[in-house]
Design a binder for this molecule. Structure first.
Ligand code: SAM
Length: 281
């Protein structure tokens, strides 16, 4: 029995179901249920929400989400070895936990979720950034989720919340901050996980804005930002030359010096540049 529910401690669950961590699946488990409860609480009030959890593993965060009152949790796990342990949690919370076995990059969970939806996950590091980019670039905005509360390697977390002028500032910061509020809400040392990863981790909270912070066509903005940061040491007049023959004039028209470099340019100015490069309809 643990501090947050009547289920056995996670070490016992792992031993009983033979869940030795596999590196290839990014398995670094959180076994301290007080810590998983703290992470669950950073996602705010869960009582009226459906939660999408990717990679529940032996279920430490899943149990915290349910104990914190989540209306319903949909947990997508690739490793079939974890299913019996997750079924035990489902039995302890009747009707509130649905388990899907499969690869989160291939499964479409939307049909199983009722809004409002929050995503909360201690993500497998090998697929974390890919999933985040997908959640940030849906065909329509606002997206299916109202918030994302996600564990990343600290270096990735810092790229998500980075401000202009820093080394971490780049495509991920612009993608995240254009249509969401993004903050680091918790930092965790390697020793918080079993087995400990090589790097520190951090939890990032992203809240979807009802509309983008500044108007821009998503595809044009994405092209501009990709070209600018692909050659981040170059001046923008060189790195963006392929986007328009008169790129210097277009940069100047939105107040950007053609000699500036990508990492100095604010999100607002990147959006203005995207508008200046969007052909009129
Ligand atoms: N949530 C658990 C915890 O906090 O202890 C486990 C977190 S562990 C960092 C990542 C989990 O994601 C593992 O259980 C792993 O099997 C699972 N996983 C890895 N790749 C996956 C994928 N493509 N789709 C779904 N789950 C995946």
């Amino acid at each position: 029995m643990s501090a947050i529910d009547d289920l056995p401690p996670l070490r016992e669950v792992i031993a009983r179901h033979g869940l030795a961590a596999r590196r290839a699946l990014g398995q670094n488990f959180l076994l301290d249920l007080n810590l998983t409860a703290r992470i669950a609480r950073t996602a705010g009030d869960l009582t009226g929400a459906d939660i999408l959890e990717i990679g529940p593993g032996p279920g430490g965060l899943t149990r915290a989400l349910l104990a914190e009152g989540a209306r319903h949790v949909l947990a997508v796990e690739k490793d079939a070895r974890c299913l019996p342990a997750l079924e035990e949690i489902a039995a302890a919370y009747p009707g509130r936990l649905t388990i899907m076995q499969g690869d989160a990059l291939e499964i479409d969970p939307l049909a199983h979720l009722t809004p409002p939806v929050k995503v909360v996950a201690n993500l497998p590091y090998n697929v974390g950034t890919e999933l985040l980019v997908r959640w940030l670039t849906p065909p329509r905005w606002p997206p299916f989720w109202e918030s994302l509360t996600l564990m990343f390697q600290r270096e990735v977390a810092e790229r998500i919340v980075a401000r202009p002028g820093s080394k971490a500032y780049g495509r991920l910061a612009i993608l995240a901050q254009w249509r969401a509020e993004a903050h680091i809400v918790m930092r965790l040392p390697p020793g918080a996980f079993t087995p400990p990863p090589k790097v520190s981790s951090a939890v990032v909270a992203l809240t979807a804005l009802p509309a983008p912070r500044y108007p821009a066509d998503p595809a044009v903005l994405s092209r501009v930002v990709a070209a600018a940061f692909n050659q981040r040491r170059k001046m923008l007049r060189a790195s963006l030359r392929g986007l328009a023959p008169d790129i210097e004039a277009r940069l100047e028209s939105v107040g950007i010096a053609p000699t500036a470099r990508a990492e100095e340019i604010s999100l607002e100015r990147f959006c203005a540049l995207a508008r200046a490069l969007t052909p009129p309809r």
